[in-house]
Design a protein around this ligand. Sequence first.
Ligand SMILES: Cc1cc2nc3c(=O)[nH]c(=O)nc-3n(C[C@H](O)[C@H](O)[C@H](O)COP(=O)(O)O)c2cc1C
Length: 334
Amino acid sequence: MDINKKINRKISVAPMMDCTDRHDRFFLRLISKNVMLYSEMVATKSAIHGDRKKILGFREEEKPVALQVGGSDKKELSEVAKISEDLGYDEINLNLGCPSKKVQKNSFGACLMKEPDLVAECINEMSNSCKIPVTAKTRIGFDNTEEFDYLNMFINKIKDAGSSTIILHARKAILKGLTPKQNLNIPKLNYKMVYEIKKSNPDLEIIINGGITSIHQIKNHLQNCDGVMIGRAIYQNPYFLSEIEKKIFNNTNVLSREDIVKKLLSYLEEEVKNGTKVNHIMRHTVGLYYGQPGSKEWKRYLSDNMMARDSDFQKAKHIMDIAQNNEKANQASI
Ligand SMILES: Cc1cc2nc3c(=O)[nH]c(=O)nc-3n(C[C@H](O)[C@H](O)[C@H](O)COP(=O)(O)O)c2cc1C
């Protein structure tokens, strides 16, 4: 049985450190019911020895959600796969694409593209220790290696080891000399390579990622791949997800920005009671009015107020006023 098929990965939000934490995922889920969500990368040792509730905790409402893990010790990875299943994650994803120095020093992320046999052993152990899908997110190459044959061999080792869903960031990783940020922009996008991988491996679910910012692009990629993963375009403009709901999932039942703020404020009230800081939630909403009337006021209000230690109801009321005014201005401008 191919259990991977049960998860709809047509559109997913990319794992992003310091961005896609549980608060961001709760917020994004208010906008979109249908996208797949991924956690930030969690190192195996933190998942095993750290404060599990803090590092791995999430709410039922965020589902379907995948835990992304970074590591190269197969025993640790299999332990984390089991932990993630027990906690209720829908998928465990292995990071094979992060080029940061720190990650390389710990022998995980993109440098593992050089070690296909070790990766296969890790995926195999993970698959044997849990029933949820084990997936991988990788690049199309590294340093001077950007060849179809190498990538195809790498992917087939992952497949034979037990993973039938591969997310491909369509640019190679430069392991020395570029910062992680430069590694997201400087190596050229090569979507054709991803399409060729899909063509040669029709039995694999291939998700394409990198530089995708519009519905038009999404539709084009869906002609050649099984799914599209989007990172920065959604973090910058989270309400893009409502357009995705309407135009990709044919779901017109989406919340207005005002209703999203209302629901988020109830969440905030609950969370703050349990010790969460206001800015840990609201910082993810800075782009909610991206490109809309009132965007500046929204951002200004957040930067002036979200460092407050508590979120008293007054403040919540004021923020609702801004949301209502913005909604009115938006209606008037249509
Ligand atoms: C701030 C930031 C943090 C990221 N953290 C991760 C991460 O933890 N794991 C990962 O696999 N990729 C990470 N990435 C890469 C994204 O998942 C994605 O592959 C990349 O941004 C390209 O997609 P995009 O052009 O749609 O943003 C990160 C990217 C950004 C911008």
